[in-house]
Design a protein around this ligand. Sequence first.
Ligand code: NAP
Length: 476
Amino acid sequence: MQQAEIGLIGLGVMGSNLALNIAEKGNRIAVFNRTPARTKEFVAEAGALAENIIGCETIEEFVAAIRPPRPIIIMIKAGDAVDQQMEQLKPLLEANDILIDAGNTNFRDTIRRFDSLKDTGLTFIGMGVSGGEEGARHGPSIMVGGTEESWKRVEKVLTSISAKFNGDPCVAWLGTDGAGHFVKTIHNGIEYADMQMISEIYGILRDGLGMSAREIGEVFGQWNKGRLNSYLIEISETVLKADDPITGNAMVDMIVDAAGQKGTGKWSAIEAQNMGVAATGIEAAVAGRVLSSQKAERVAAEAIFGLPAPAEKPHDGMGFLADLENALLAAKIAAYAQGFAVMAAASKENGWDLPMPTIARIWRAGCIIRSQFLDEITSAFTKQPDVANLIVTPAFSQMVKDTDASLRRVVSYAALSGIAAPALSSALAYFDSYRRARGTANLIQAQRDFFGAHGFDRVDGKEYHHGPWGSGASIY
Ligand code: NAP
């Protein structure tokens, strides 16, 4: 039997679709799944593509079915399962085989695994894949971390299966060891923020303006034709317009308002905090999901506090809708600027040299946050790859100037109406903190010096670095 050029382990939602995508692009692929019944089922359902697929029931059979040097994609549950799978594979592999972990792995685990294979002759790639089931099947966005040499060996097949934006493949090598998984994590962090901001706008339309799910779907449909054009706005329109087959109500009204999470949003917030980068949109989104899941406590609290009546709208009719559209754009700029700032800091800390224009470029199609907006980010970073913050680039500073008054009105309206808008509010606070040359941390420094003798810098540059606090202070 003709050997496969590539192997894939894990025929769950992502792995099975990725395997079909690989086979469809003319690559011969061997597949293996922990539960063999799934492998049989997968091959049986692959139709004409089964010609390019070798279904293997044992790991030995799987390794033997791939032509050395073997690229092997592992697309299974992240965590210990990946270590176990690697241990099972290692004794069967030969020098120059490449293990490619394509799950949502913490980049610290990727660095550890990359290092553990360094002297074995085997190579490790940590690869972020975004786009969900549909993306995996027809073209995901792929973020690769590993040695440049190992990337060159898999570039052709990954390019063939990736999404394309105007013909440009949405796959790139981003740096060594954990670079690809780190960028995928921040992609997901930004995705959390984007989804939270959209749901806050939905809350204002539903609870403030009293609009039905279908009416809100119409609004999102209109917005999808403009500056907010994106996959997340598009699917929001679709889900808001869907009816529940059981009750006939809007489907979205029948879904419990408690969001799940698997960890990448939390990791993004933790890494941002570790590096001292303000990523308030991602933090607000993670906290928003946590609070959403405390459903019983929220029900009890509403019984105690009740809800305020919606405030008077700042504009009538379409004016406020335009404000909401602009507010979402302004807040989105802050969240993406923060995400890119986290990546810039991580790039320095880990010596990755992450290419910002390339990251924006490979997120324009295939992934969950794909949008027109990312094309504009690509242009901004291409012109100024080392800019300190996206919001000070000419194109984005103009966008912020055009939209920040709307964000102010929307956040005020939400606050006065008792409608939670943590991500939108955090975006406004981030912008107001970032653009004010004289902030208020001089008082914090004075307090720190008072109780902890931490000292401070003086505005006149003079050498005297402690306050004359008198008795009660920890010094003097
Ligand atoms: P899934 O549908 O739940 O499938 C999980 C797969 O992992 C199955 O093939 C399962 O095999 C295998 N598995 C679980 N534990 C294992 C172990 N200890 N040893 C060997 N195999 C094991 O998951 P998925 O959605 O495809 O996700 C796979 C990876 O992609 C995860 O890291 C996920 O975070 C990431 N990801 C998911 C999405 C998405 O939209 N779903 C998007 C991007 C990335 P059995 O059949 O034997 O249980």
